[in-house]
Design a protein around this ligand. Structure first.
Ligand code: DC
Length: 227
């Protein structure tokens, strides 16, 4: 189990921008009846708040001060987690070009990470979940055996974002996310790496299901029933 104190388990999916991890996590959530958590949306919501308050995203001291005052919460409904900023779902504003450009700087601020990691861990009280992000297997749930790291070449990832109609310098974001001091993007200890560059999404999901099977995901129900 991810934590000896909790009944539920977490599947951690990490990887760089546009590697396909959100789609894989969503499909795993649908097929395995899990709560789906997109942790990147939480960092995007904080970034949106930073911009709404006119704070410079590259000023970590002011960002850290602001984070103490913003009203951010996470609810679980319809099989997924939703982030609320001032009681409202921020919707497509989370994926604006401005947020894309500023989110890595905001995500590097330790106070931001501290707040969001606590929110993320708290979601495990609601049920088994699959959470995707950059530090899920390394920091948020380091004890889970269910860790997958999805990667793809930078060119393929850039093409995927362009096909979605987004302006997103994925390579630059990855460099910032990998270089930051606090919780950088890494392949977590014990994670299975899947390179999705030449794979269709179904193949990636099938590979991920194979990893989970090998690591005992499907044996947990019988183990739980014995407790
Ligand atoms: O998954 P995404 O591209 O929506 O994430 C947006 C940014 O949030 C990403 O560039 C880095 C940050 N992030 C993070 O630092 N840690 C996470 N667990 C998830 C996202």
């Amino acid at each position: 189990m991810s934590s000896p104190n909790l009944l539920y388990d977490a599947i951690a999916i990490d990887g760089p921008a546009a590697s396909g991890k959100s789609t894989v996590a969503r499909l795993l959530a649908e097929r395995l009846n899990l709560i789906m958590v997109n942790s990147g949306e939480m960092y995007r919501a904080v970034t949106l708040a930073v911009m709404q308050h006119g704070v410079n995203p590259c000023d970590p001291i002011t960002v850290a001060d602001l984070v103490k005052t913003i009203n951010l919460c996470c609810i679980v409904e319809n099989g997924g987690s939703q982030i609320l900023l001032d009681g409202e779902y921020p919707g497509s504003a989370l994926r604006s070009d401005n947020v894309n450009a500023a989110v890595s700087a905001v995500a590097a601020v330790p106070e931001v990470r501290h707040l969001l990691v606590a929110l993320q861990r708290g979601l495990l009280q609601h049920g088994d979940l699959v959470m995707e992000g950059r530090d899920i297997g390394s920091i948020v749930f380091p004890n889970t055996p269910y860790k997958i790291y999805i990667e793809a070449s930078e060119e393929i990832r850039r093409q995927r974002r362009a096909a979605e109609g987004q302006t997103d310098s994925v390579g630059e974001r990855d460099r910032q996310d990998s270089a930051r001091k606090t919780s950088p993007l890494v392949v977590p200890d014990g994670a299975e790496v899947i390179d999705s560059s030449q794979m269709g999404i179904e193949e990636v999901v099938k590979t991920a299901l194979g990893v989970l099977e090998t690591r005992g995901w499907f044996d947990r129900e019988s183990e739980r029933n014995l407790v």
